[in-house]
Design a protein around this ligand. Structure first.
Ligand SMILES: [Zn+2]
Length: 180
């Protein structure tokens, strides 16, 4: 793990990237030239060990990817609805993974830390009722997330039929389909 990387070094790398960068097409260009955008949405954990591009061997632009703590759909619902409004996805893959960081803390711990840091701000944020994404029940977290999307009245019915959930094993590199 590259724990000593600095922002300065990353910015220097960007200069290298920029040197050979080719302009990306705009939405207008895609529409005018009837070029299809990626119709697959992948929801996954922000953990570098759970990178969908690597896990699924994605080529550039083959899928839209949303990542957060645990790859949990509930806090991403607004994003999913907004993106689907723009893109009209055909399918969704929700991927959680073994040894997820979200299984190594509890919501109570996060609430405690925030309350200690600034009790007033924590109270204003109503941290006692905030779900910080702690997970205690892999792979049932996948079942819960699929259920959440399928029960949402705002997710398109056509899309609901093509939502699949998986548990990624970080040791084996395998994906196990988790059905509800
Ligand atoms: Zn994770």
């Amino acid at each position: 793990m590259a724990e000593k990387i600095t922002i300065e070094e990353l910015l220097a790398r960007n200069k290298t990237v920029m040197a050979s960068h080719k302009p990306e097409p705009t939405f207008q260009f895609l529409a005018e030239n009837q070029i299809a955008v990626a119709k697959t949405l992948v929801v996954a954990c922000a953990d570098p060990r759970s990178d969908p591009s690597y896990i699924l061997g994605l080529n550039f632009g083959e899928a839209g990817i949303l990542r957060n703590v645990g790859g949990q759909v509930k806090p991403l619902l607004n994003d999913i609805l907004a993106l689907d409004n723009l893109i009209t996805f055909k399918q969704v893959m929700v991927i959680h993974h073994t040894d997820c960081g979200s299984t190594h803390f509890t919501n109570e711990q996060v609430r405690g830390v925030l309350t200690q840091r600034d009790p007033r701000a924590a109270a204003e944020m109503e941290v006692e009722s905030v779900d910080f994404g702690a997970v205690s029940d892999l792979p049932n977290s996948v079942v819960r997330d699929i259920k959440f999307l399928k029960e949402s009245k705002l997710v398109r019915e056509e899309l609901k039929e093509n939502i699949k959930g998986y548990l990624y094993d970080i040791e084996k590199g395998s994906l196990e389909e988790i059905s509800g």
